[in-house]
Design a protein around this ligand. Structure first.
Ligand code: CO
Length: 139
């Protein structure tokens, strides 16, 4: 299992490759607000653990294992954003809150949260009730 920090890197590398077609050390450093030397170090570890293949002059490519994990992490991130959004959390708080919690929940919790989203989304009356409570408790 990748550590939380490895997960952050795999998630960002997956997103960069998905959106730009490639992931350079400098892009990863920008995305995670870390020094490029930290990226190089982590990329070497991810290479050793077979999440990606890193060649200094050709850049990096996710292995099948890296792609699978990356896809799962991005799906988890999206699910948690949906969760906070359904719960009525303000848009501006959602991304950072998800980055803060995503590595610390078991897949059991993630799957139960998915059920809860379904519970609300399948019934507009329930959603409306929750919105009412949100309004009532808004500061
Ligand atoms: Co994330």
């Amino acid at each position: 299992m990748p550590t939380p920090s490895m997960e952050d890197y795999i998630e960002q590398i997956y997103l960069l490759i998905d959106t730009k077609g490639y992931a350079r050390v400098s892009d990863i450093a920008d995305a995670l607000s870390v020094h490029p030397s930290s990226v190089t170090k982590m990329v070497q570890k991810l290479d050793k653990d077979e999440y990606l293949v890193y060649e200094r002059y050709r850049g990096l490519v996710l292995t099948l294992k890296g792609q699978r994990v990356g896809q799962r992490l991005v799906a988890r991130h999206d699910l948690l954003e949906r969760f906070l959004s359904v719960m009525g959390v303000k848009e501006e708080n959602i991304y950072n809150d998800v980055e803060g919690i995503e590595h610390h929940l078991s897949w059991d919790s993630i799957n139960r949260i998915a059920d809860l989203i379904e519970f609300f989304e399948e019934d507009p009356a329930r959603m409306a009730e929750l919105k009412e409570i949100n309004e009532r408790n808004k500061e």
